[in-house]
Design a binder for this molecule. Structure first.
Ligand SMILES: [Zn+2]
Length: 213
């Protein structure tokens, strides 16, 4: 099964992607992870990306496409759950040339839920571990379970900043979402309940998808 998963920051996309990966027995391919790996291994592409990001520029479309192509060649024959790609209609067309997508999951979560969830996020100053005041509380308030470090709220998890990130996400993703809707591949999954069991959502997704002939 070849699946693309879309969702705003804080929609639980990563969680659903890794659970779907287990259920379907396919790899979870995240272009964000692939990019970090290229940089870590200091490959020619990795070095190029580093140069772009250190000068504050955006990594070109084609570079990400190249990295994904390489990943697809090195074993995605049984399928995949793809996250972080495509970000543009152009990339969606490139992806269609690489492989046939069976379904595109579009996670729909109200802004209020996302803001509540993300603004409850805390990070350890020393080791970087992530906590959540609602869903993943540290044992001692304000202190990291792992290293005892001080917990703080990241600047990009402040409500006004989250609102802006959501706006940016929506504007950027709308054309790609429309593209897949017109191709008949889009499956909308609503998640209004902030306390919904992720397993429930995953089984809902599994019921909606099937391989294309
Ligand atoms: Zn820590």
């Amino acid at each position: 099964m070849r699946i693309v998963i879309f969702g705003p920051p804080g929609s639980g996309k990563g969680t659903y992607a890794s659970r779907l990966m287990e259920k379907l027995g396919v790899p979870h391919i995240s272009t964000g992870d692939l990019v970090r790996e290229e940089i870590r291994n200091q490959t020619p592409l990795g070095k190029m990306i580093e140069k772009y990001s250190s000068s504050g520029g955006l990594v070109p479309d084609e570079t990400i496409t190249e990295i994904l192509k390489e990943r697809m060649r090195s074993g995605a024959s049984k399928g995949f759950v793809l996250e972080g790609y495509p970000r543009t209609v152009n990339q969606a067309k490139e992806l269609a040339k690489m492989t046939k997508i069976d379904a595109v999951i579009n996670l729909i979560v109200p802004d209020s839920v996302i803001i509540r969830r993300l603004s409850a996020r805390l990070q350890c100053k020393s080791c970087g571990a992530i906590y959540n005041e609602i869903t993943l509380k540290p044992r001692v308030a304000g202190k990291c379970d792992k290293c005892g470090g001080e917990l703080f709220r990241r600047a990009d998890d402040q409500p006004e900043v989250i609102q802006e990130r959501l706006k940016v996400y929506r504007e950027a993703s709308a054309p790609v979402v429309d593209f897949y809707r017109s191709e008949g591949l889009l499956k909308d999954i609503g998640n209004e309940d902030p306390n919904a069991d992720p397993n429930e959502i995953v089984s809902q997704i599994l019921k909606m998808i099937k391989p294309r002939p």
